[in-house]
Design a protein around this ligand. Structure first.
Ligand code: 5CA
Length: 442
C-alpha cells in the first residue's frame, strides 16, 4: 500500500477526550472514529489490525473443530421470551419495533438464537459434540461506555456455543475452548490468565474470565505469580484428547486466581507473600458452562444411545476482538507510539522514502516495494513529500515492526537502513541483503 493512496487520518494533537493510552493512540493514528457514544467506525488502519485479530481467533476456533456460521444482529423478541431473558435482561438490551410493530432487539449475545438453530436440525447424539461460533457485532447499552473500543456499546464478539449429550462431554468442550483461548491470546503477544468468574446474566456455575494484566484495566484481580511462567499449549495440541486437555485445564487452574467479585481474601493470604500478584486487568475472553439452562427452556433435546431423549448440555465462549486491539496497545507501546506484535501488525513493515522525488531514492523504494510485495511481505510505502522527521515520527506512531529507511546518502552506495521499532536497533545493509532479511524473518 502506498501511503499517498492510503486513508490514514493521523491527528497532530493528542485528543483530549482519551483518558488511556490505547484510546489516545487509536484516535491519533486514525484507527477508529467515534460516531456516537460507544459506537465506532473502524478506519482502514484499524480495520487491518481487527482483521488480523479475527483471523487468529478463527484459526484457533477451527483448530478445535468448531464450525463458523453467521447469525444476524437483529433478533426477534419471541426467542428471548421463551428463555425468560427478555424481561430479565433489563436496560442494556436495545429494544426495537419493526414496521409491523413486532418487538425486535439488537442482540447482546446469542444463546437463544443458537439454541433455536440447534433444535431445528439436530435430533441425535450422533451429531454431537457440536460447537458453532460466529464473529458478529453485539449491542449492549452500557451506562458508561469508555476508553474507546475497550468498553463500547456496539462491539464485535466471537461467541461460540457447545452442545453435548452430558456434563462430562460438556466439560471436555469447555476444556477445548480453555486451551484454545490460551493459544489465541498468546499468538497476539498477550499472556491471559484464566480466573474464576461470576456468570452474571449468562448463568451457570462454571466460568472463567481471561484477564490481561494492565494498569489501566477496569477490574481488580488477584493471582499467583506462577501464571506468568506456565507453558502455553502447543500447535500440536490434540483437541480430541480428553485426558490431555484436562491436564492443561488442571495445570492452569492449580493456583489462586480471581477477579474482585470472586476474590477470597483468606485463600489469597495462604499464597506466599512473594508469590502474590494483585493488579488491575482487562477481560478479553469469558467462558461459561451453564448445563441445560437454555436447552431445557427451549426444548433442545437429542435421542441418546439408550434410545431416550436427553436435554443437551451447553456452554458459551466469548472473545472481544474490538477490545483486544486496545488491550494489545495497552500491553505494547512506548512514548513514541504503538509497538505491534508481528502477528497482528497492520503492515509487515514501512518503507520510508526520505527524499521523494530523488531519482535514486524513488527507484530503490519501488524495487523494495515490488519485490517485498511479490514475496508476500505487506509493506506500506511512505511515498509522500513530507519531511523525513515527520515520516519517522509517523512510522514510530503507527508502530509496524520494521522501518526500511531509504536516504540519498546511503542509497548512493547501494545501502538502506533497517530499524527495529521495538528495540530501536538500526542496521545498514545492501538493498539485496535487506530484502533477504525481511523476507526470511517475516
Ligand atoms: N454469551 C457469552 C459468551 S459467548 C457472553 O456474552 N460473554 S461476555 O458477556 O462475557 O462477553 C464476552 C466478551 O465480549 C468479553 O470477554 C469481552 O471481551 C467482550 N465484551 C463484552 N462487553 C464488551 C463491551 N461493552 N465492549 C467491548 N467488548 C466487550
Amino acid at each position: 500500500m502506498r501511503l499517498s493512496r492510503f486513508f490514514m487520518p493521523i491527528l497532530k494533537e493528542n485528543p483530549k477526550e482519551a483518558e488511556i493510552v490505547s484510546h489516545r493512540l487509536m484516535l491519533r493514528t486514525g484507527m477508529i472514529r467515534q460516531q456516537s457514544s460507544g459506537i465506532y467506525t473502524w478506519l482502514p488502519l484499524g480495520k487491518r489490525v481487527l482483521d488480523k485479530v479475527n483471523a487468529i481467533v478463527r484459526e484457533e476456533q477451527n483448530r478445535t473443530g468448531a464450525n463458523e456460521l453467521l447469525m444476524p444482529t437483529l433478533q426477534s423478541a419471541e426467542l428471548w421470551q421463551e428463555s425468560g431473558r427478555y424481561d430479565a435482561y433489563g436496560k442494556e438490551m436495545l429494544r426495537i419495533k419493526d414496521r409491523q410493530d413486532r418487538p425486535m432487539l439488537y442482540g447482546p449475545t446469542n444463546e437463544e438464537m443458537i439454541t433455536d438453530v440447534f433444535r431445528s436440525y439436530v435430533k441425535s447424539y450422533r451429531s454431537l459434540p457440536l460447537n458453532l461460533y460466529h464473529i458478529q457485532l453485539k449491542f449492549r447499552d452500557e451506562i458508561r461506555p469508555r476508553f474507546g473500543t475497550m468498553r463500547s456499546r456496539e462491539f464485535l464478539m466471537k461467541d461460540a456455543y457447545s452442545f453435548d449429550l452430558d456434563r462430562e462431554g460438556a466439560e471436555h468442550a469447555y476444556n477445548k475452548m480453555f486451551a484454545a483461548y490460551l493459544r489465541t491470546f498468546s499468538r497476539m503477544g498477550l499472556r491471559a490468565i484464566p480466573m474464576r468468574a461470576d456468570t452474571g446474566p449468562i448463568g451457570g456455575n462454571l466460568s472463567h474470565e481471561f484477564i490481561i494484566l494492565a494498569e489501566t484495566g477496569e477490574s481488580e484481580v488477584f493471582c499467583h505469580k506462577d501464571f506468568l511462567g506456565f507453558d502455553i499449549p502447543g500447535e500440536d495440541t490434540n483437541f480430541d484428547d480428553v485426558a490431555g486437555l484436562k491436564t492443561i485445564f488442571d495445570k492452569w487452574t492449580s493456583r489462586y486466581a480471581a477477579t474482585s467479585e470472586m476474590h477470597d481474601e483468606a485463600a489469597f493470604n495462604e499464597v506466599a507473600e512473594g508469590d502474590r500478584v494483585s493488579a488491575r486487568g482487562i477481560e478479553v475472553g469469558h467462558i461459561f458452562y451453564f448445563g441445560t439452562k437454555y436447552s431445557e427452556a427451549m426444548g433442545a433435546k437429542v435421542l441418546g444411545p439408550d434410545g431416550k431423549e436427553h436435554t443437551v448440555h451447553m456452554g458459551s465462549y466469548g472473545i472481544g476482538p474490538t477490545r483486544l486491539v486496545p488491550a494489545i496497545i495497552e500491553a505494547s507501546h512506548d512514548d513514541n507510539g504503538i509497538i505491534w506484535p508481528k502477528s497482528i501488525s497492520p503492515f509487515d513493515g514501512v518503507i520510508i522514502n526520505m527524499k521523494a522525488g530523488d531519482a535514486a531514492c524513488d527507484a530503490a523504494c519501488e524495487t523494495l516495494y515490488s519485490k517485498l510485495g511479490a514475496a508476500g511481505f505487506d509493506a506500506l510505502l511512505d511515498d509522500t513529500d513530507d519531511r523525513a522527521g515527520a515520516k519517522f515520527a509517523s512510522a514510530d506512531l503507527i508502530g509496524v515492526p520494521v522501518q526500511i529507511i531509504v536516504g540519498p546518502r546511503s542509497i548512493a552506495s547501494g545501502e538502506v537502513e533497517l530499524k527495529d521499532r521495538k528495540t530501536g536497533e538500526r542496521e545498514t545493509m545492501t538493498v539485496e541483503a535487506a530484502l533477504n532479511k525481511l523476507i526470511a524473518t517475516k
